[in-house]
Design a protein around this ligand. Sequence first.
Ligand code: SF4
Ligand code: SF4
Length: 339
Amino acid sequence: MKPQRRTVEFKADTRNLFFHILTSCNLRCKHCYINPEQHGKETLDEPTVKEWLKIFIKGREDAQKTNVIFLGGEPTLNPNLAAGIKFARKLGYGSITVDTNGYLFHNILDKVTPEEVDFFSFSLDGSRPEINDPIRGEGVFNVCTKGIKEAKKRGFFVSLIYTVSRMNISDLKNMPELISKLDIDRFFIQVIGIRGKSAKHQKEEPLQLTKKEWEEVVPKVAHEVAEQGIPVVYPKVFLEKGEPFKCAAMVADNYFVFPNARVYKCPLCEDFPINSFEIQDGVLKRRPPITEMDLCHLNIPEGCVLNKILQPGNIEYDPAGAPKYKIACCMLKEEVKMI
Ligand code: SF4
Ligand code: SF4
């Protein structure tokens, strides 16, 4: 067996619900994409969490084809998280993931079981405190790794998310060792998105990576981790010549839900009130134009139109002014695992 890489195509018959159940957080990460002005400041109560979970599988016989990812802010700060997890399981969601910064508030590990949660996904942006903590906050590395150990001790599957930017790309090579030490089950490398705080500070501190920087480091580290038998997923970002471009908002069934009832199809649009849907009285309602979908329709030589509008720092042009490559949908992933 050796590590094999494959592009994970969008599956039209699989739904992913990215459910932000609050926007508050105990941390102030430098690249946080949460924007309370646009996403709301509410902490969803238990009846609302349950009602909204029902919306996305209502009337469908294939509930198991819907995955829910509970997010925040920090989702464990919402005291209704455990009830939401149990309810999602009862409704038949295919998989349940909790993305956490590792603080695990409200003793969440005491309130749910490995049968109820498929993965706790912890965010770490460095292999040691000297790299992670300037990005995520003083003392966060130690708290997060302690949380990982505790979750593993109790039999939960644990994934790790590392958001790569100019601030920490040089440290990514040190992650395979930490991942092995912490007995991580799945590794996600995420690329910095220029939204939320990153967008505000983009001028003073550009965080985006070039194609060269990305390709020299990320696939190699992913391969190394996969050699340990740990699956790795990372965004494709750059399309090779001839590779087809597809926009997930057009061909896949992803919903990014925020506490103010806005529902987006494209995560890059989340700083703007151009959401495709909103939840009104327990019903998912399509909003009138102009919404993100009117932009997603546009066909441009740079690939993703929202990338071109919001974060074009990753595009290069040839002397004739043509883009050298297309930027893939941010939802298109590469998976590397032992086969
Ligand atoms: S832990 Fe997540 S929600 Fe909290 S500040 Fe950091 S990136 Fe934002
Ligand atoms: S990131 Fe680009 S390609 Fe992907 S859903 Fe948004 S607009 Fe479409």
